[in-house]
Design a protein around this ligand. Structure first.
Ligand code: AP5
Ligand code: MG
Length: 218
């Protein structure tokens, strides 16, 4: 969890790479559905990119479909879900055992805006880049899939303000919700990617039993 641009996707990529728990990003699922013109994607298209939450019904349908896939059976890393209380309740109904750990990544707003404005994204596979810190190796070509590297439609100063507003209003209250449940870990995300990931890794190693946990989801 965390505000737009705090590094949720980057951390979920790290967890997937190291532990094998696939990254399940609801933002990514929505962008994919829109790209592929699926029935849910056609519905989501008019709602996405404006900085407001997409309807729960659409997000939940995409998420259910994704979590049913074989690779999620041993566990998964949610990125950008839940984003309001009703989604948190739905997650509990969908998978009562989870979430086992919730990471709230806190980053100063000024840093967030800088990161979002320099973020680049693969228009095909959603891989994350940064024009300053992590540019693609070949000019605007994705290192992972060879797709075109673009700027996301919602990475625009006006939409960023709306995304932040939506976050404070609807998602931030979930921090207290998960804190009460005892699964919350507060992470300082102001440092480098490595510095931010280190405490997350520590928690996961403790939960999963060190080396034995690595690759557990594979
Ligand atoms: P989503 O795609 O989830 O966007 P977001 O929450 O706004 O978050 P971002 O993806 O922008 O940022 P991030 O935290 O993943 O940061 P990243 O790792 O990329 O959602 C998009 C939209 O979809 C929503 O606005 C909404 O409309 C809809 N939606 C999604 N989920 C929904 C849901 N559950 N319900 C309803 N609607 C939903 O990092 C950002 C940049 O910074 C990158 O360039 C990265 O390289 C760089 N960076 C990361 N960490 C560091 C670091 N430590 N140091 C330096 N640079 C860093
Ligand atoms: Mg993201």
């Amino acid at each position: 969890m965390g505000a737009p641009g705090c590094g949720k996707g980057s951390m979920a990529d790290r967890i997937e790479k190291e532990y094998g728990y696939p990254k399940v990003s609801t933002g990514g699922l929505l962008r994919d559905a829109v790209r592929n013109g699926t029935p849910l994607g056609l519905e989501a298209a008019s709602q996405l990119g404006k900085g407001k939450l997409v309807e729960d019904r659409i997000v939940l349908a995409l998420l259910r479909e994704r979590l049913e896939k074989e690779d999620c059976r041993a566990g998964y890393t949610l990125d950008g879900f839940p984003r309001n209380l009703s989604q948190a309740v739905s997650l509990k109904e969908m998978d009562g055992r989870r979430p086992e750990a919730v990471f709230d990544i806190a980053v100063d707003e000024e840093t967030i805006v800088k990161r979002i404005l320099s973020r680049l994204t693969c228009g095909r596979c959603d891989a994350i880049y940064n024009s300053v810190a992590k540019p693609p190796k070949n000019d605007m070509i994705c290192d992972v899939c060879g797709g075109p590297v673009i700027r996301r439609k919602d990475d625009d100063p006006v939409v960023i303000k709306e995304r932040m507003r939506t976050y404070h209003e609807q998602t931030e209250p979930l921090i207290a919700y998960y804190d009460k449940g005892g699964s919350l870990h507060r992470i300082d995300g102001n440092g480098t990617v490595d510095e931010t990931y280190a405490p997350i890794r520590k928690v996961l190693d403790r939960m999963l039993g060190g080396e034995r946990g690595r690759g557990a989801g594979r």
